[in-house]
Design a protein around this ligand. Structure first.
Ligand code: ATP
Length: 596
């Protein structure tokens, strides 16, 4: 693809509705260059051009993932057939959340990175609502999912992935950048299973960065400014000491025996971690753990085999799931209320949330001594270590305690570390929604279930109020629980809790029907055959809902009913035959409910 194109890089001008001081002109770039000897001196041109494409030029497929300010969707360019991961950002949302600088920075940085271990940016475009970045499609999914699907990595697998991460981080750091949000969700895998680092929205260019940073694209002045995912940042970032080279660190995944202790792992003084110091990478690469790694041709080596997900797919993307009908425009950004339109596109794919929770169950209880651990190495990177450590140890803890808080056949639908807010204090808790439906929160330190809410058919016994993208209240007749989700998933929690079952079953069936795949006997019998029909329907339904939302056309039950009351009634009857009461949640207005 011809990348070298001098262009007017106004990707984000529209975010602020102005192009005065946020115009990325060559002169601005030159001004920036004069301050930094490493900046390019004459003019600035993007390798990945800003194109005049529209979303209708793509066939959209499944949602790869949802971040705090974007959705990433599989998208095939109609004329070339090339598949991209389209990162879609809602302009209004970005402006509202003050993410403009991060978006600009990510665009500029990705544009200049060129390494097989870093996700490639090919081009950008925009329309009235959204900004789009066409990224290299990482069809192997997140490393996170591989770890959870496999239950654990073998030492060789851990070594290989770790080596590829180290290799890519070395490149990133040599370019003078600190990623600051290295976590399992941002370590992606190519189709053949090699690691690619993604999500440069939190990147911090160092003073001697070799990256051209345009003046309006720097997110903050100090490396110690807190960005990243709170659960995963290393202590020095949380403690606000500067995240300079040699101070931040990476923990490398290892499977250790029962003799190993977690205390190995968390030296608060980054300079004491293995690999610290100016020669950190060289020293690390020579560590006995990497003895068998050939650093010079890592990418030519055969990576670990990708584990299939429960549906038997090896990768996150499949052409045959692509929609043949692209919507007029795509809305992305934060989860939003539906707009009542009806979409005829069907995307029966997983939303990316569910597999990782389901896979918690794949941990073998007999291997309780096999802790997934890590050893720490000092790196100019933030977070991988604690990320891995926290994720793995949390997963392990879930595993150990699964029996304690899950009944036979019960599975986890949504889980996240949140803060439970009290009047004067707040506590970190693990909030877990199961398919019972049951909501529990666990004290992660003591591994004690602090509360358990099981709700009944009475739709008034549980409701969720969202007060901001990160804050929500769960209201039950007995109490009101207030939570803060640092990943800003308040709306997701509301959606998952509030629309439990009903929305999914009916919407799923509705979409099946609408798209001609038929909600038919086969769909219904498929539901009957699975072990856990409620959970299955729920997953299918939620993925339908997220796909539909991506297309800006989430069908509400209200809308479905309005379009064809007879068919709707029939659907309700079908669902009832399966033993579910589709109207059990407080979803339809009293009026429609009566009509039905
Ligand atoms: N190139 C890609 N190929 C496949 N999937 C991707 C790609 N880029 C991102 N994803 C998926 O989309 C998710 C969200 O993407 P990304 O992390 O870039 O968004 P974000 O809004 O910046 O998120 P965050 O909240 O982590 O800052 C990722 O966790 C990953 O699962």
């Amino acid at each position: 693809m011809a990348m070298e194109k001098h262009c007017d890089p106004k990707l984000n001008d529209d975010v602020q509705g102005t192009d005065d001081n946020s115009n990325y002109s060559s002169s601005n770039a030159a001004a920036a260059s004069s301050k930094n000897p490493h900046h390019r001196s004459k003019s600035f041109s993007f390798r990945a051009p800003q194109e005049n494409f529209g979303i209708q030029d793509f066939e959209l497929g499944k949602i790869y993932g949802v971040g705090s300010y974007s959705k990433v969707v599989r998208a095939k360019k109609k004329d070339t057939g090339i598949v991209y991961a389209l990162k879609i950002m809602d302009k209004k949302f970005i402006t509202k959340e003050n993410k403009t600088a991060y978006v600009k920075l990510e665009r500029i940085v990705l544009d200049q990175l060129d390494h097989p271990g870093v996700v490639r940016l090919y081009f950008t475009f925009q329309d009235t609502f959204s900004l789009y970045m066409a990224l290299e499609s990482c069809e192997g999914g997140e490393l996170f999912d591989q770890i959870t699907r496999k239950g654990r990595l073998s030492e060789d697998e851990a070594r290989f992935y770790t080596a590829e991460v180290v290799d890519a981080l070395e490149y990133i750091h040599n370019m003078g950048l600190i990623h600051r949000d290295i976590k399992p969700e941002n370590l992606l895998l190519s189709t053949d299973g090699h690691v690619k680092i993604a999500d440069f929205g939190s990147v911090k260019p160092m003073k001697d960065s070799r990256i051209t940073i345009l003046p309006d694209a720097s997110s903050d002045d100090k490396a110690c400014t807190f960005v990243g995912t709170a659960a995963y940042v290393p202590p020095e970032v949380l403690n606000s000491s500067p995240a300079t080279f040699g101070l931040s660190y990476v923990l490398v995944i290892l499977f250790l025996s029962k003799n190993c202790s977690l205390t190995l792992l968390q030296d608060l003084d980054p300079s004491r971690r293995p690999g610290a110091g100016p020669d950190g990478y060289a020293a690390l690469k020579e560590h006995p753990f990497f003895k068998r790694i050939e650093w010079s041709n890592l990418r030519a080596q055969t990576p670990p085999k990708l584990a299939l997900d429960k549906g038997g797919q090896s990768s996150k993307g499949n052409d045959h799931h692509d929609s043949s009908r692209s919507p007029n425009h795509v809305r992305a950004g934060s989860p939003r209320q539906n707009d009542g339109n009806i979409d005829t596109s069907s995307q029966a794919e997983s939303s990316g949330r569910i597999p990782r929770t389901a896979s918690i169950e794949s941990f073998d209880s007999k291997c309780s001594c096999n802790l997934v651990l890590a050893f720490s190495v000092s790196f100019p990177s933030a977070g991988l270590g604690l990320t891995v450590l926290r994720f793995l140890s949390n997963t392990y803890l879930h595993h150990l305690n699964r029996k304690q808080f899950l009944d036979e056949g019960e599975s986890v639908l949504m889980i996240s570390m949140v803060k439970k807010l009290q009047k004067l204090s707040s506590k970190k808790v693990q909030l877990i929604l199961t398919n019972k439906p049951k909501l529990i929160y666990v004290n992660p330190a003591k591994l004690v279930v602090k509360d358990c809410i099981i709700w009944s058919d009475n739709s008034t016994d549980l409701s969720v109020q969202v007060t901001s993208p990160s804050h929500f209240k769960i209201v039950t007749p007995k109490k009101v629980l207030t939570f803060e989700d640092p990943k800003q998933r308040a709306f997701q929690w509301k959606e998952e809790l509030g629309n439990y079952y009903t929305i999914s079953i009916l919407q799923q069936l509705y979409l099946f029907h609408e798209t001609g795949t038929g909600f038919s006997v086969s769909a219904v019998s498929e539901f009957r055959n699975v072990d856990n029909p409620q959970g299955y329907l729920y997953r299918l339904g939620m993925s339908e809902v997220s796909s539909a939302r991506t297309y800006g056309k989430l069908p509400t039950l209200e809308a479905a009913f309005a379009v064809n009351p007879r068919r709707f009634r029939r659907m309700v009857a079908e669902v009832k035959k399966l033993g579910f009461n589709p109207l059990r949640r407080n979803f339809l207005t009293a009026h429609t409910e009566k009509e039905i």
